[in-house]
Design a binder for this molecule. Structure first.
Ligand code: ATP
Length: 304
């Protein structure tokens, strides 16, 4: 029996590894809808652990040389602070996140982490330091617990529960047949966009990254879900360098700086109050969202 068991056990391990790497690849590609194009420099070093300051220094970028997407994008996210980006659909917001995660390299200017060019660091160490909460989280056909634990597989049971709690999932899970052990995903319980995003926030909280990228879902949320996401986001961003790609302006009222993008350029920047006082594009978007929210009781997307 032992002879039979050993190879089967071995196959099980191999299968799990293959499945893990396949789902990882699938997840990575689906999340940012892109592919791996960049390679480490031969003398690349690991990004040291600890606080992260991000600087976009006159960044230019084109997916295709014939069609530039970003033009001289300049901003800093000081360590522990939150910068939010808003703007029309297609203005280049998600591209900033893709460049920061280094799915692509800039075509001009530079992105610096703690004053060193991003390209000097090994991608593996860079990505280990970044937590992403994507617009549309891919969940495995496993329990909610597993889906959170995935953020840091060596985390203890208690740490997973704490992350679920911080992401406002405890109350939600209490109503499910098996609580956090309830299987979700395509073949399990289907979660709403807002619920999935809370699982992603819990996953990111568990990973405890130095840099958090939050890509807000565009879909309208009811006010209860929105409050739950906001509360967990506030916790996740506290004292952590954060880039928020926002569609609902209510999400980012407390951001340290808001950037308004238009066709690949930053056209306004400041705090919520400063931008309202400026009476420019942001103030216009704000007025429009207030109007829509009043009309249908939902927060609407800023993509108008
Ligand atoms: P949204 O609010 O709709 O998510 P966005 O502001 O995040 O939009 P990006 O996704 O950054 O916009 O896209 C900026 C521009 O780059 C768009 O014109 C888009 O068509 C183009 N683009 C995005 N991804 C690719 C890609 N992989 N290849 C070629 N062009 C792309």
């Amino acid at each position: 029996l032992i002879q039979l068991y050993m190879p089967l056990n071995f196959l099980g391990v191999v299968y799990r590894e293959i499945r893990q790497s396949l789902t990882d690849i699938e997840r990575m590609f689906t999340l940012l809808n892109t592919h791996r194009e960049v390679v480490d420099a031969p003398d690349a070093v690991d990004l040291p652990h600890g606080d992260i300051e991000v600087c976009f220094d006159r960044v230019e970028f084109a997916y295709d040389a014939k069609r530039p997407i970003l033009f001289g994008v300049d901003f800093v996210i000081p360590a522990g602070k939150t910068v939010a980006v808003v703007g029309k659909s297609g203005s280049g917001k998600s591209t900033l996140a893709r460049l920061l995660y280094r799915f692509y390299d800039v075509t001009g200017g530079a992105i610096r982490i703690n004053r060193r060019d991003l390209r000097e660091f090994r991608q593996s160490s860079l990505r280990a330091a970044i937590g992403i909460v994507p617009q549309d989280t891919v969940l495995f056909n496993e329990s909610i617990f597993y889906n959170i634990h995935y953020g840091r597989p060596e985390a203890t049971h208690e740490e997973v529960l704490a992350a679920a709690h911080a992401a406002q999932l405890t109350e939600f899970a209490a109503l499910l047949p098996d609580g956090l052990a309830t299987v979700v995903g395509e073949r399990g319980l289907k979660l709403s966009g807002g619920e999935k995003q809370r699982v992603a926030i819990a996953r990111a909280l568990l990973k405890d990254p130095s840099l958090l990228i939050f890509d807000e879902a565009t879909s309208a949320l009811d006010s209860k879900t929105e409050k739950a996401i906001q509360a967990s986001l506030d916790l996740a961003t506290r004292g952590r360098t954060t880039l928020i790609i926002a569609h609902r302006l209510s999400t980012i009222m407390n951001a340290d700086q808001i950037l308004v993008m238009d066709a690949g350029r930053i056209i306004e920047r400041g705090t919520h109050l400063e931008l309202i006082r400026l009476s420019g594009r942001y103030a216009q978007m704000w007025a429009m969202q207030q109007h829509d929210a009043g009309e249908n009781g939902f927060s609407s997307s800023g993509n108008a």
